[in-house]
Ligand binder design. Structure first.
Ligand code: ZN
Length: 316
């Protein structure tokens, strides 16, 4: 159940990306190239390339390729759309600022009251603080204390990972998703990538501990001739003599592994905090602890608070 970080493509140079676009155009013998044509024949993700250079139109220009009328029309209408909605976004940030009664707040606080998602704000502005600045508000200062425990930093990575439903990026931190500043992570771990590596080691370490503990306990119980075999099956065990091999508490690391396995979604209704910031995920014993269920990954599932409440009602 070991997990790994996503591959980084940052080391691909601008030149490599442009060369590949030019190569595809040449192979297809075309003076113009559409995104679809590149996607079908290119080596890299078309969105990655657009993000790197700003737009597909710019990519075509840099490759000395022609742009067709549809590409030009799309570019000019998206420019118009962008300039209008920036004003709406800033208005909405000011509206939320009035509700909160403060001049400075995090993008998470904004999300809870916003008309638009903060990810839209990030796409339009350089950073969350840039948006606050353009709205005439004060920059949001993330906690940057020297005496933050390393485990608190790792727990914050876990929290971001769960609420985003994916590996958190430098942009997420710059965009105010983290309680702690990017510098705090960088100083402690020597860069964001190293912080993620440390997080992976932390999570996988505990998993090793759990597996070691499980196999050790299983063996010692099964090998004990004094314990009848039927007592190993929880369902057959009378409530009065349940003996658990594991603790009831689900620690943070086990919780993360269960949520990661379940793709940070509720196993019953599919709700996720990444899609709806109201959703809170819990990890729940499938066979309840009170009925002999163990705290092992196979007996745990991710539920949202609504489905979790529904389940305990059924059991009571
Ligand atoms: Zn649910």
């Amino acid at each position: 159940m070991e997990f790994k970080l996503n591959e980084y493509h940052h080391n691909i140079s601008d030149k490599d990306l442009l060369n590949d676009v030019a190569r595809v155009a040449k192979a297809l013998n075309k003076a113009n190239l559409t995104k679809v044509e590149y996607t079908q024949n290119g080596q890299y993700g078309v969105e990655t390339i657009c993000r790197r250079f700003g737009s597909w139109l710019k990519v075509l220009k840099l490759c000395k390729l022609e742009s067709n009328q549809f590409q030009l029309a799309a570019a000019s209408s998206s420019h118009l759309y962008t300039s209008i909605s920036n004003l709406f976004l800033l208005d909405d940030i000011i509206r939320v600022s009035k509700i909160l009664g403060k001049e400075s707040f995090s993008s998470r606080e904004y999300n809870d009251l916003a008309k638009y998602s903060s990810s839209t704000v990030f796409k339009r502005f350089k950073s969350w603080n840039d948006a606050l600045d353009k709205a005439g508000l004060q920059p949001y200062k993330q906690i940057s204390e020297k005496r933050i425990e390393t485990v608190s930093l790792l727990e914050e990575i876990e929290r971001m990972w769960i609420t985003l439903g994916r590996q958190p990026t430098v942009s997420d931190i710059k965009n105010g998703y983290s309680k702690y500043a990017l510098n705090t992570f960088s100083r402690r771990f020597g860069g964001w990538r190293n912080a993620l590596e440390a997080f992976v080691v932390w999570i996988n370490d505990e998993q090793n501990d759990i597996q070691a503990m499980e196999s050790k306990t299983d063996q010692s119980v099964e090998d004990d001739p004094l314990i009848p075999k039927k007592d190993l099956v929880p369902q057959d065990t009378p409530l009065s003599i349940i003996k658990h091999k594991t603790k009831r508490d689900i620690n943070l690391r086990l919780r993360f592994l269960v949520m990661k396995r379940d793709n940070f979604k509720c196993c019953v209704c599919g709700a996720s905090p990444a899609k709806d910031s109201e959703v809170e995920l819990h990890v729940d014993h499938i066979i309840p602890w009170s009925k002999g269920g163990e705290t092992v990954i196979g007996n745990l599932q991710t539920l949202c608070s609504k489905c979790n409440l529904g389940k305990s009602d059924l059991i009571e």
